[in-house]
Design a protein around this ligand. Structure first.
Ligand SMILES: Nc1nc2c(ncn2[C@@H]2O[C@H](COP(=O)(O)OP(=O)(O)OP(=O)(O)O)[C@@H](O)[C@H]2O)c(=O)[nH]1
Ligand SMILES: [Mg+2]
Length: 217
């Protein structure tokens, strides 16, 4: 009997992620992968960010286990959106992104945001061909998240940490500076933006950063 050994899942994912990167590089489009726990504010961050960009130049890939609620929220703001329902899987993989790209108009896009499935653990393992990986952490998630979740590499493989819901700071017993210090212990190069996706407080630094990084006027 011949036993077939398939490529390990992560190895196969890596090569498809490279393909995705190649497709988008050819079109001059930047890809941003947003990771974070359920309810941390990934969609809210996207909604407020869209207000500072030309929505027609933005594509969004929404990853959820089920429903199109988040896709409807960003679609109503003028962005083209594709919803991926993973039917139980706790993360997106590069193959799903490759397929989603076939359902987006690429010619008029400058940037594509991926909202990954709400989960601080599984999505970190799967590179999607992104140019930038962002982790969104809400202050309501409590302290010590960076040290409790160093593996897989959710904090160390991200370039940006959004500390969301700072409008709630007066109502919480949480040490924001302590959270940031912990995250920096794991990844000293993290760019950190404390902000509120509800009030817009702290947004100017984040918007300036992403526009400069990707040369968006
Ligand atoms: N006070 C406050 N509430 C926020 C902020 N950002 C998001 N929320 C609220 O937090 C809840 C979750 O926000 P979402 O943007 O749906 O979170 P998400 O990370 O996209 O959630 P999933 O897609 O389910 O993983 C909603 O009720 C938002 O209104 C914020 O900065 N401040
Ligand atoms: Mg969401």
């Amino acid at each position: 009997m011949k036993i077939k050994v398939l490529k390990p899942i992560l190895e196969a994912n890596e090569s498809i992620a490279d393909e995705v990167k190649g497709i988008l590089r050819e079109k001059g489009i930047k890809l941003v992968n947003i990771i974070g726990s359920p309810g941390s504010g990934k969609t809210a961050l996207l909604e407020k960010t869209l207000a500072h960009l030309f929505p027609a130049e933005v594509g969004i890939i929404e990853g959820d286990i089920s429903t199109t609620y988040d896709a409807e929220r960003v679609y109503s703001l003028g962005a083209e959106v594709v919803q991926i329902n993973t039917q139980g899987a706790c993360h997106l993989d590069a193959n799903m992104i490759k397929e989603a790209l076939q359902n987006l108009t690429l010619d008029n896009k400058k940037i594509i945001f991926i909202e990954n499935v709400g989960n601080l653990v599984c999505p970190a393992e799967f590179r999607l061909g992104e140019d930038l990986r962002i982790i969104v952490l809400s202050l309501t998630e409590g302290e010590h998240k960076p040290l409790k979740y160093p593996y897989p590499l959710s904090f160390s493989s991200s370039q940006v940490l959004i500390v969301n819901k700072i409008d709630l700071l007066p109502h919480l017993k949480v040490d924001m500076e302590g959270i940031i210090a912990e995250a920096k212990k794991i990844n000293p190069d993290l760019k950190v933006f404390p902000l509120s996706s509800l009030t817009g407080e702290g947004f100017s630094g984040w918007i300036e950063y992403i526009k400069n990084l990707f040369c968006i006027p």
